[in-house]
Design a protein around this ligand. Structure first.
Ligand SMILES: [Zn+2]
Length: 388
């Protein structure tokens, strides 16, 4: 998996500024990146935002020396003409450039310690009209101030601190009065996916993840309830398990979906319509369906969640192929407006196979095959880069 190559972005310009820059000899190198600007701002919730603008897509890594956040950017030289713009009321008291070989270190001196940044706190914005690439970091002072910085420094040096348990939300699709699709042999989607979900939970727990299931029995849940549950539990990843049906009984194989407002193809669009139709089964109708969690999110946050989901989904497709699970013809990762994926938690909807295909219906019921599917999903989650 690719590491340390950024995501999502945004900008905020602040008040006064002061700068310290060090000029070092320029090293000739192909594909140089250059620093365009650096600034801080205050975000809602008293968060500090640090924005670093670069001419090309930055390749970077982060480190946390005492009371500092250091952004190490490859292929870049210090530029004394770039003065930082520092807003008042942020955690950053000073921003400096320090050349380290062919890398430029942007050193943010911090007023208070922070915890190691998570993926969700980092964004990379693509260039738009007035801006080049922008690398954006949002952070607050850590709760247990001095302790946290010691922890993160120690973790970097010795990796002795036990890693944070990542939270996986497992969503077995359908349930109760909604059977999902039904195979010719009578196999119901809701039963297959619940069985796979339980196996998955057990294996993920063994692998050291913290897991929650949206349902553990044959219960009907609305799609928005599932999405909300993932948010309440502060999930790091949301996995919605389904099995597919196709009018053509010869079609088989898995496929993986992420959320987008536009479907990537006609088939994905139809699938989203049929999966979303699960909500129409509810007696109290459509009101909840219309509550769009994402509507409350900034486009930036949506972009962040989408990018993380895409990364997960691609890794998941690779893991399925590596575990010799047959793929549906066409792209393995597709996009469509699935209601259950509308939340702040990155994730994917996995169609494990086709119940409409008689050989695959048999496979999907088979415990060995279910274990193979679970092994692929566990692999994809282990490979997913939760942190930066
Ligand atoms: Zn389904």
């Amino acid at each position: 998996m690719t590491m340390k190559i950024s995501r999502r972005g945004f900008l905020q310009v602040g008040g006064f500024s002061f700068a310290v820059a060090m000029m070092l000899p320029r090293v000739a190198f192909a594909a140089r990146n250059s620093l365009k600007s650096m600034r801080t701002g205050v975000q809602p919730g008293n968060k500090t935002r640090l924005v670093i603008e670069t001419s090309s897509k930055p390749s970077y890594s982060l480190s946390y020396p005492e009371n500092q956040l250091v952004v190490d950017i490859a292929n870049m030289s210090a530029d004394s003409s770039v003065k930082p713009t520092l807003a008042s009321g942020t955690l950053v008291s000073e921003l400096t450039q320090v050349q380290a070989g062919d890398h430029l270190h942007i050193v943010a001196k911090l007023r208070k310690p922070i915890a190691k940044l998570e993926k969700s706190q980092i964004m990379l914005l693509e260039p738009n009209g007035d801006n080049d690439y922008r690398l954006v970091f949002d952070f607050s002072a850590s709760a247990t101030t001095a302790q946290k910085i010691v922890e993160s420094v120690t973790a970097a040096a010795t990796t002795k601190t036990p890693p944070k348990k990542h939270i996986i939300i497992i969503d077995a699709g359908h349930g109760g009065k909604d059977p999902g699709c039904i195979g010719k042999g009578g196999t119901r989607e809701k039963d297959v996916v619940l069985s796979v979900a339980k196996r998955l939970q057990s294996k993920l727990n063994d692998a050291g993840f913290k897991t929650y299931m949206t349902r553990r029995d044959d219960t009907y849940l609305k799609l928005a309830q599932r999405a909300e549950y993932a948010e309440q539990k502060k999930g790091d990843l949301f996995i919605s398990l389904h099995a597919n049906a196709n009018p053509s009984r010869s079609v088989k194989g898995f496929s993986i979906y992420t959320l987008s407002e536009k479907a990537s193809d006609e088939e994905a669009k139809k699938l989203a319509e049929s999966e979303n139709a699960a909500d129409k089964i509810g007696v109290d109708g459509f009101t909840e369906f219309e509550r769009d969690v994402r509507a409350a999110l900034s486009s930036l946050q949506q972009h962040a969640v989408a990018e993380m989901s895409e990364e997960y989904a691609n890794g998941c497709a690779r893991a399925f192929r590596a575990n010799k699970v047959e793929a549906q013809p066409g792209p393995s990762v597709r996009h469509a407006p699935f209601a259950v994926l509308r939340s702040t938690v990155p994730g994917a909807l996995i169609e494990l196979g086709h119940l409409s295909n008689s050989s695959e219906e048999k496979l999907l019921k088979n415990p060995d095959h279910q274990n193979r599917l679970v092994a692929a999903i566990v692999r994809s989650i282990k490979n997913y880069n939760f942190d930066v």
